[in-house]
Design a protein around this ligand. Structure first.
Ligand code: SF4
Length: 293
């Protein structure tokens, strides 16, 4: 198999098979991320993709799911992506779900009709590191798009029938814009139809511009308590009929089925309980141990 480190996969998807169709990230500019800093973006040659598919077919000939690598394989044009999906079908005829990560901007170069065709070829679930629905925050962290782009591109996915995930990056606006980040993210996500909303708290990793800004006083990171308060505000205003994942609680993650609205009161109560009872020093210590996103 051809794999270029780092290999990041969606932990909520089956761990295998994974197929490298791109390497690295086309954007590589988000102020909180160093994951692909040392990797030059590249597209895997078709003969390598095919060799890997042949190997996967030997090991798991009846595979029904597959994750495409790496950060944003969705950037591939329709003309490049469609043949890859056709090859997947050829080698893995039982394939039902092809998953890929992507940036909101990756959808701009595809029409609804092309997206629908990709879905018919098996690409039926994508996750977008959306992070925020607040324009100030999106600019501050150099995401390279605005809230209106999220709504516009997600409407195309809805029309094409491709399911998608959003992430809310809790804490990434710092103290000055925490409230706007929470409220606008909920407001923008509410205008879309994700199957999952995931949230995770910001960790300032060595080498990130955001950590450098924090060290010179140009970014005001939230405490664990403030992050939880921001998340609570986000959740209270979120109206997506989706699954919901968060890693904030001290005992582990809150992970729901596709019934966020039905369980919203419980989730709000759980977050309030954590705000009262969680050991914030322990949460801060745990965050400090994290090595990667
Ligand atoms: S967060 Fe995602 S889009 Fe941004 S630089 Fe990292 S991998 Fe690329």
């Amino acid at each position: 198999m051809h794999f270029t480190e780092p290999v990041y996969r969606n932990p909520y998807w089956p761990t295998w098979p994974l197929l490298e169709v791109t390497r690295g990230c086309t954007h590589n500019k988000c102020a909180f991320c160093t994951m692909y800093k040392g990797v030059r973006f590249g597209v895997a040659p078709m003969d390598e993709v095919e060799a890997d598919l042949a190997e996967i077919a030997t090991m798991t000939p009846h595979a029904r799911t597959i994750q495409l690598l790496s950060a944003n394989p969705l950037v591939l044009s329709f003309d490049k992506m469609a043949p890859i999906l056709e090859k997947i079908r050829e080698y893995l005829p039982d394939m039902e779900h092809v998953y890929a990560a992507g940036r909101v901007t990756d959808l701009r170069n595809k029409t609804v009709e092309q997206l629908r065709h990709l879905r018919e070829l098996g690409l039926n679930e994508i996750s977008m590191g959306t992070e925020s629905g607040n324009d100030w925050t999106l600019d501050r962290i150099h995401k390279g798009y605005h809230a209106s782009d999220i709504v516009e591109q997600c409407a195309k996915l809805d029309e094409a029938g491709i399911a998608y995930w959003h992430t809310f990056l809790n804490g990434v606006a710092g103290r000055s814009h925490s409230r706007e980040h929470a409220l606008h993210s909920a407001e923008i996500f509410n205008q879309t139809h994700p199957i999952v909303v995931g949230t995770g708290g910001l960790t300032l990793f060595p080498g990130t511009p955001l950590l450098a800004d924090a060290e010179r006083g140009a970014f005001d990171p939230l405490t664990e308590r403030e992050m939880m308060e921001e998340e609570l505000l986000f959740v209270e205003n979120l109206e997506c009929d989706s699954a919901f994942i968060t890693h904030h609680t001290i005992g582990g993650a809150i992970l729901t089925g596709p019934d966020f609205l039905g369980r919203k009161e419980q989730i709000v109560a759980a977050l309030k309980h954590e705000l009262e009872h969680a050991d914030m020093d322990l949460l801060a210590w745990r965050r400090a141990q994290k090595q990667t996103l």
